[in-house]
Design a protein around this ligand. Structure first.
Ligand code: FAD
Ligand code: SF4
Length: 505
């Protein structure tokens, strides 16, 4: 008899070991981890998602004729051994996860256990782990675009019969920067109302982990393959067509805009990424969505998602400690409470508190921009993202946060840091007109804090960035300031640090 031990994000019949599993004799083992220490600092919705997916998958497996040993435990390693002692399996089958920490856990357990262990790579990605060594060679620049074009060809996605990109261009990114008129609304994603299983998980989490962050009130993420397919179908039919145009737009009180909300469903194995890509391609062929939307959406999954995992696999374990810019400040309390006068930060963090989610450009150009320019310690920022986001797993958080958002790896993934003054946020959002600060004021009490933070960042890291070809113009502006402006700039940044310290920013 064999036991297949599945982790919480691997609950899918498409995981490779299912091909060898014998329903009559073998068992599936699922263990809910109720160890408070492991969940410290997490958003409650994350626990609800994981436990509810696991409990629904147990039911799906039993309905399909599998035997499931389902356990709740405060010590996963002990529970695993308890299962082995009770059931005496000949072999324990495991899928190797992408996360370094989980791999270490499996390695340690494997050395101690009496059971024979076989490991296969987990599903859920287009590229195998072993391929990344060639795809991201040691001494080359790691560019997403190059790989994306290659994957388009390899998987024949949005290609003409002659192997050229449909529409003549590989990327329509430049078309995807529109700002909707104020008052524009977008259809809500096809959320799921929590069923009995999810409701009881919510009660248990509220009971057992009452001190964790966030609220379970709005929990509506799919927890089954069927629910995820409903969310996907609805997105394809009603929301994809505006995905391209408004991909970078930010609207107060509109946390989802035209984003798919599929990241958790994909990362937790409810949906297969290639199926999602094919569905978007069909939407283009059926004329349900324009090319800029479809190509933009496909690039996120076929390009960015795969590339990000590749960067993680090629850079760990050193990556988790990177801090090239030497940033040491603490993350301000408003990252958990949303209590700040900066409207863009307030609305973005509120979305995290309510939905364990904010969309990409909020993560990058509001939260990441703030954390980089304010010099927050990278580890604190990546821990916060790992703990607070519904779709977070270490492999996707670290390159996105440390590499893309914070430039903490010294530019492995981007030629310049994603930092800006308040002007970018004003251009892409409707936040500034309802903010306590003024985006039109550079200095003084009312100045938008992103202005002094940005200038201060440039000055602090002048040696590193002055000769960067993409930043030369910005340094020219800095050089042209009068000494009077420099003095006002210094007073304004001091005010920002003071307010951050007092908790009044
Ligand atoms: P959409 O905007 O609809 O995009 C479609 C899909 O593309 C997503 O569902 C996702 O599967 C994929 N995708 C898009 N961009 C990326 C990317 N950069 N990396 C990986 N996949 C991508 N994504 C996560 O899945 N988990 C995270 O914890 C996470 N943390 C992030 C932290 C920061 C600082 C930044 C800048 C990005 C992060 N991302 C993360 C990437 C991206 O922001 C999210 O995938 C996206 O916002 C999820 O929302 P959505 O499903 O509505 O995506
Ligand atoms: Fe954000 Fe500055 Fe605009 Fe306020 S004025 S919303 S702080 S960018």
């Amino acid at each position: 008899m064999a036991t297949l031990w599945l982790l919480g994000h691997q609950c899918s019949l498409r995981q490779p070991w299912f091909e060898e599993l014998d329903k009559e004799n073998d068992e599936v083992l699922l263990i809910e981890n109720w160890n408070e220490k492991d969940w410290k600092g997490y958003h409650k919705q994350k626990l609800v998602l994981v436990f509810s997916i696991m409990r629904h998958f147990k039911k799906e497996l039993e309905d399909a004729g599998y035997t499931v040993d389902y356990r709740k435990s405060t010590d996963v390693a002990e529970e695993l051994e308890a299962h082995i002692n009770e059931k005496q399996p000949d072999t324990v089958l495991v899928h190797q996860p992408s996360e370094e920490g989980m791999c270490r856990f499996i390695d340690t357990w494997r050395k101690k256990t009496t059971a024979s262990v076989r490991i296969a790579e987990e599903g859920g990605f287009l590229m195998d782990r072993k391929e990344w060594k060639n795809l991201l060679p040691e001494n080359e620049n790691w560019q997403m675009d190059k790989l994306y074009r290659r994957f388009r060809k390899d998987f024949r996605v949005l290609l003409t019969k002659n192997g050229k990109p449909v529409g003549g261009k590989w990327s329509y990114d430049a078309d995807n920067r529109k700002k909707p008129k104020k008052g524009t609304t977008f259809p809500e994603p096809a959320w799921e109302s929590p069923d009995n299983i999810t409701r009881s998980v919510i009660e248990e989490v509220e009971d057992g982990f009452s001190k964790l962050y966030g609220s379970t009130e709005h929990f509506a993420y799919p927890v089954t393959k069927k629910g995820a397919e409903k969310l996907l179908d609805h997105f394809m039919e009603h929301r994809l067509h505006t995905f391209g145009d408004y991909q970078d737009a930010m609207l107060p009180g509109e946390p989802f805009v035209s984003h798919s909300m599929l990241s958790a469903a994909i990362n937790f194995s409810l949906l297969d990424p290639l199926d999602v890509i094919r569905r978007a391609e069909e939407a283009y062929q059926d004329e349900a969505a324009p090319l800029n939307a479809v190509e933009g959406f496909i690039r996120q999954i076929l390009g960015w998602r795969e590339y990000i995992r590749g960067v993680y696999l090629r850079s760990m374990p050193e990556y988790e400690r990177v801090n090239e810019l030497g940033h040491e400040r603490d993350l301000p309390a408003f990252f958990w409470t949303a209590e700040t006068n900066m409207h863009c930060m307030q609305d973005t963090v509120q979305s995290v508190v309510d939905h364990a989610y904010s969309h990409h450009i909020q993560r990058l150009m509001v939260l990441g921009n703030f954390a980089t320019t304010a010099g927050i310690e990278p580890k604190q920022v990546s821990d916060w993202f790992n703990e607070m986001y519904i779709d977070a797993l270490d492999w996707v958080v670290l390159p996105n946060v440390l590499g893309m958002a914070l430039y903490a790896d010294g530019g492995k993934m981007s030629t310049k840091p994603y930092v800006s003054s308040g002007n970018y946020i004003q251009k892409m959002s409707h936040y500034c007109r309802d903010c306590a600060y003024s985006v039109n004021e550079k200095y003084g009490e009312n100045a938008c804090p992103f202005h002094p933070l940005y200038w201060d960042f440039l000055e602090r890291h002048e040696e590193r960035f002055r000769d960067n070809p993409r930043m030369k113009v910005i340094y020219k502006h800095l050089d042209n300031r009068s000494s009077e402006d420099e003095k006002k700039q210094q007073e304004t940044i001091d005010l920002v640090w003071k307010r951050m310290k007092e908790g009044t920013l």
